[in-house]
Ligand binder design. Structure first.
Ligand code: PLP
Length: 581
C-alpha cells in the first residue's frame, strides 16, 4: 500500500469521526520516513475501531519503506505492545503493587550485607517487634517470609492444619476464590460459603454452621478481610463474636493482604489466630515479603499439624529466633532496610492516622463514583472498602477498555475487573503511601476516560464532590504542624526560653490551631510539673511528636544519657497530651 493512500484513508476516517479525542497525524504525505513513522505512532492514541482499521491498512507492509515495516510489525503484535515510556510519574492506582515512597526507595538502594553479621540480626529483632504493631498484637509471633501473599496463605494453612481438616471458607471474589483453590489443592475439606460478588461473607450461614457443629469438626475459619477484586471489607469483629458465642475452638485465619496497615485491623482484640499480609500492598514496599503473624493458639496448633511443609515451616524460623540469628535462609537485605524505612514512615504518621487517611481516600473515591452516576460494586455500605473501589460500568462499555485507555493515554494504571466481574468493573486502588491530591489526579483521569469511552460524565463532577469532602476533612500533616520542627531542639533552661519557644510555635502555627496551642500549653505545664517532681536539671525541646523527633531533640539539647530515662517518662506523658488532630 502506498503511504499517500494510507494517510488519505486516515484523513477520511478523521473527518468522519466526531470524537475530538482521536488523534490522527496532520503531516503532509511527503513519503519521507519521518512522516510515515508519525503515522505509525498515532496508533497509541487512536480508539479501538480506528486502530483496528489502521492495523488492517498496515497488513501489507511489503510495499512500505523498511523503517515503516519495523513499526508495522510492532503494531501487528497488537495492543500488547504496551511497554513504552510515558512522561511524568506513572499514576499507579492498581490495588497493589502500590507506589513506593522515595525514602523507602533510597533506603533500599544499597549493597548486600552478610546476614550473619551482628547488624542484620539486631535489625531483624527490632523489625519483628515493630511489625507486631501493624497487626495490633502483643502476643503474636511474626514471620517475615521471602514470599508473596500466596505463599503467606500457604504458610498459614500448612502450619496449623492437617490434610482432611474441615475449613469454613468464604467465597466472595477472585482472591478468596484463589485461596479456596489453594485450600482444596492442599487437601483440606473445604466447606465453601459463597456470596454474590459485591457482597461480604455470609455470617448468618457461619452462625448456622457453628451452632450445628457440636463435635467441633470445623478446625478453621478462613476469611479474606478485604476482597481486593470487589472492594468488600468483611466484619472480623462479628466473626470473633460468633466463635465466642458458640464457644467454638476453630482457628481464625485471616488474609489481611489488602487491609493490614490501611484498614482497622486488631489481631489480639479480634482473636485472630493467623493474620497475613504482603509487602507490596499497604506497606508500600516491593513485592517479596509475606508477613505472617501467629497467635499462641496457632503456634500450639502447629505442633500437631500434619500438613507437609518445608520452605514455610515456622519451626525453622523459631529455631533461629532462639539462637538470635533469626534467619533460616537468606533474607533480602534491601527489603529489610526498605521495611525499616516503611515502618518508620508509618509510625511517624501514626498508624491510626494512616488508617484515618485511608478512610478519607475511600470516602472521597466513593463520592466521586456517586457524582459520576456510577455504581459501586460493593452492594452495602457496611462492606465498603477504604483500600479499593470497584466501579461498575454501564453494559455498553467494556471496563477493560477503560483500563487500557487509562494506561495508553493518561499514564494512569487502574485495576482490571477479574473473573466474574471482568469487563464489568474497573478498580481504583487507594492504599499505601498515597495522599489526597494524588487521588484527585486519578479521579480527574477517570473522568476524562469515561468521556472518551462514551459515558456521559460531566467533567469535574467527581473531582468536585471529592474536593468538597476532602477540603473539610484533610487534617494538618502531623509531622509538619504537630511536630513543630522549628520548636524541636530548643533546650529550655528557664522560663524565658519556654516563653520564646511558645512564641516561635505560635508563629509557626499562626492562627489556625488554637486548639493545638492549648494542648501544647498543657504539655508545657507537664514539663514544669516533671521538672519539679523529678528534680531534673535540664529541659528538653518541646513539641516532639514522635520518637525520632524526641531523639533529635535530646541530641540537639545535649542531654546526657542518664537523663534520657527520665525524659522517657516525660515523653510518655507528653505524647498522651499532644495527639495529632
Ligand atoms: C486479598 C489478597 N489476597 C491475596 C493476594 C495474593 O497475593 P500475591 O499476589 O502477593 O501472591 C492478593 C493479591 O492481590 C490479594 O489482594
Amino acid at each position: 500500500m502506498q503511504v499517500t493512500s494510507l494517510i488519505h484513508s486516515l484523513r477520511i476516517l478523521r473527518d468522519k469521526t466526531t470524537n475530538p479525542s482521536l488523534f490522527i497525524p496532520q503531516q503532509e504525505p511527503n513519503r519521507s520516513r519521518r512522516s510515515v513513522v508519525l503515522v505509525a505512532t498515532g496508533k497509541g492514541v487512536a480508539d479501538t475501531t480506528l486502530s483496528r482499521y489502521l492495523f488492517a491498512l498496515l497488513s501489507q507492509p511489503h510495499n512500505l519503506p523498511s523503517r515503516f515495516q519495523l513499526e508495522a510489525s510492532l503494531l501487528k503484535e497488537g495492543e500488547n505492545m504496551d511497554y513504552v515510556y510515558g512522561p511524568g510519574r506513572n499514576n499507579l492506582f492498581v490495588p497493589g503493587p502500590v507506589n513506593i515512597p522515595e525514602p523507602v526507595i533510597r533506603a533500599m538502594n544499597r549493597n548486600n550485607e552478610d546476614y550473619r553479621s551482628p547488624a542484620i540480626p539486631a535489625m531483624t529483632k527490632i523489625l519483628l517487634e515493630d511489625v507486631k504493631k501493624i497487626f495490633k498484637t502483643t502476643t503474636g509471633t511474626p514471620f517475615m517470609i521471602p514470599t508473596t501473599g500466596t505463599g503467606a496463605w500457604e504458610s498459614a494453612l500448612t502450619n496449623t492444619l492437617s490434610p482432611g481438616d474441615r475449613i469454613v471458607s468464604f467465597l466472595i471474589g477472585q482472591f478468596s476464590l484463589l485461596w479456596i483453590d489453594q485450600q482444596q489443592r492442599l487437601k483440606f475439606n473445604v466447606d465453601v460459603v459463597e456470596s454474590e460478588w459485591g457482597q461480604g461473607a455470609n455470617l448468618d450461614i457461619l452462625a448456622e454452621k457453628l451452632a450445628a457443629d457440636h463435635a467441633h469438626t470445623i478446625k478453621a475459619i478462613c476469611i479474606v478481610h478485604n476482597e481486593t477484586a470487589t472492594g468488600v471489607t468483611n466484619n472480623l469483629a462479628t466473626v470473633r463474636k460468633l466463635l465466642d458465642h458458640y464457644r467454638h475452638p476453630a482457628l481464625l485465619l485471616v488474609d489481611g493482604v489488602s487491609s493490614i496497615c490501611a484498614l482497622d485491623f486488631r489481631m489480639d482484640e479480634w482473636g485472630v489466630d493467623v493474620a497475613l499480609t504482603g509487602s507490596q500492598k499497604a506497606l508500600s514496599l516491593p513485592t517479596g515479603i509475606g508477613i505472617v503473624c501467629a497467635s499462641p493458639k496457632a503456634l500450639e496448633a502447629s505442633k500437631s499439624a500434619k500438613s507437609v511443609r518445608v520452605f514455610f515451616d515456622w519451626n525453622d524460623y523459631l529455631k533461629f529466633y532462639k539462637l538470635g540469628t533469626y534467619w533460616p535462609y537468606t533474607p533480602s537485605i534491601q527489603l529489610l532496610y526498605g521495611l525499616r524505612a516503611a515502618l518508620d514512615l508509618i509510625f511517624e504518621e501514626g498508624l491510626d492516622n494512616v488508617i484515618a487517611r485511608h478512610t478519607r481516600l475511600g470516602t472521597a473515591t466513593r463520592l466521586a463514583v456517586e457524582a459520576w452516576g456510577l455504581k459501586n460494586c460493593t452492594q452495602k455500605e457496611e462492606w465498603y472498602s477504604d483500600t479499593v473501589t470497584a466501579v461498575v460500568v454501564p453494559p455498553y462499555i467494556d471496563s477493560a477498555e477503560i483500563v487500557k485507555r487509562a494506561w495508553k493515554r493518561y499514564n494512569l494504571s487502574l485495576g482490571l475487573g477479574l473473573n466474574k466481574v471482568a469487563g464489568k468493573v474497573f478498580r481504583i486502588g487507594h492504599l499505601g503511601n498515597l495522599n489526597e491530591l494524588q487521588l484527585l489526579g486519578c479521579l480527574a483521569g477517570v473522568e476524562m476516560i469515561l468521556k472518551d469511552v462514551g459515558y456521559p460524565v460531566k467533567l469535574g463532577s467527581g473531582v468536585a464532590a471529592a474536593c468538597a469532602y476532602l477540603q473539610n476533612n484533610i487534617p494538618m500533616i502531623p509531622s509538619r504542624v504537630c511536630g513543630l520542627r522549628e520548636g524541636v531542639g530548643i533546650a529550655m533552661h528557664n522560663v524565658a526560653e519556654y516563653g520564646a519557644a511558645i512564641l516561635q510555635m505560635k508563629n509557626a502555627l499562626r492562627n489556625e490551631i488554637t486548639h493545638r496551642l492549648l494542648l501544647v500549653n498543657i504539655a508545657v505545664f507537664t514539663i514544669f510539673w516533671l521538672l519539679t517532681l523529678k528534680k531534673a536539671s535540664l529541659g528538653v525541646g518541646i513539641a516532639t511528636n514522635n520518637v525520632a523527633e524526641y531523639q533529635a531533640a535530646i541530641q540537639i539539647s545535649d542531654i546526657s544519657a542518664s537523663f534520657e530515662l527520665k525524659m522517657e517518662d516525660w515523653y510518655e506523658c507528653h505524647m498522651s497530651y499532644v495527639q495529632p488532630f
